[in-house]
Ligand binder design. Structure first.
Ligand SMILES: [Zn+2]
Ligand SMILES: [Zn+2]
Length: 243
């Protein structure tokens, strides 16, 4: 296959800790935030998109705070709050209808209707842009991995890696159209999970009072590795279906 940046990034990520797709995906969000620190200050078009999404989702808003400069944050949220001030001024009480009370606040309504009384009030018209970056990179990384994995060299590097977290394995298996690619992914997952299981058994055994004096071995950290393998790296949302 014609190798892309994603291909080489994956090869590099195989040598690192944790799920390589998690790593690439979260790095792409960090890069997006890095760029935004500069773009937000000088590009009204970038800020207009952020105004439509009302900034970021909860997860990404707090991640942004860790890396953001104050000027960019002030400019982004000045636009958003100015927009909300204008929008709320045009709102009227919801009409009486099928949806009142708590039902009216459930996210059933679309962006239509300023007086519909549903979640449309003050709702974003666009998705969180960091979520869009995350989904795009995740899809590209999984598709690249599945396409490349029949290559013996790539497969060997993948087998030597920490392997995919469950969320990304699920995506990769659902994406694999080639039985050979599917088999590599499945067999590597079985091997990785069995190795962790052995370590978990050892941790549990060593918690028996008869063995507590024994020095810890390779099982150290396996309980956390099991958790991470299942849930993915922090910041990954865990899609259920194919990209
Ligand atoms: Zn992952
Ligand atoms: Zn988000």
């Amino acid at each position: 296959m014609a190798e892309t940046w994603t291909y080489y990034d994956l090869r590099d990520a195989f040598a690192e800790e944790g799920c390589p797709v998690c790593r690439l995906t979260l790095a792409s969000v960090d890069r997006y935030f890095d760029g935004l620190n500069y773009e937000a200050a000088g590009d009204p078009g970038v800020r207009a998109k952020l105004r439509d999404s009302l900034g970021f989702c909860n997860e990404h808003a707090y991640r942004w705070l860790h890396v953001a400069n104050v000027l960019a944050t002030a400019q982004i949220y000045r636009d958003i709050l100015s927009h909300l001030v204008a929008e709320i001024g045009d709102l009227r009480a919801p009409r009486r209808g099928l949806f009142t009370g708590v039902a009216a606040r459930l996210p059933l309504a679309g962006p239509e209707g300023r007086d519909s009384g549903g979640a449309a009030m003050l709702a974003p018209s666009e998705r969180c842009p960091a979520c869009v970056v995350l989904d795009r990179t995740e899809t590209m990384a999984v598709e690249t991995l599945v396409r490349a994995i029949p290559e013996p060299g790539f497969a060997a590097a993948y087998r030597a890696s920490a392997g995919l977290c469950l969320s990304h394995l699920r995506l990769a298996l659902a994406t694999a159209r080639d039985q050979a690619a599917f088999d590599v992914l499945r067999d590597a997952a079985v091997g990785g999970w069995k190795a962790i299981l052995d370590h978990l058994d050892e941790i549990i055994r060593r918690h028996d009072y008869r063995y507590t004096g024994e020095p810890a071995g390779d099982e150290r950290g396996a309980a956390e590795r099991a958790l991470r393998q299942t849930v993915g790296t922090r910041g990954i949302r865990g899609r259920q279906g194919p990209p």
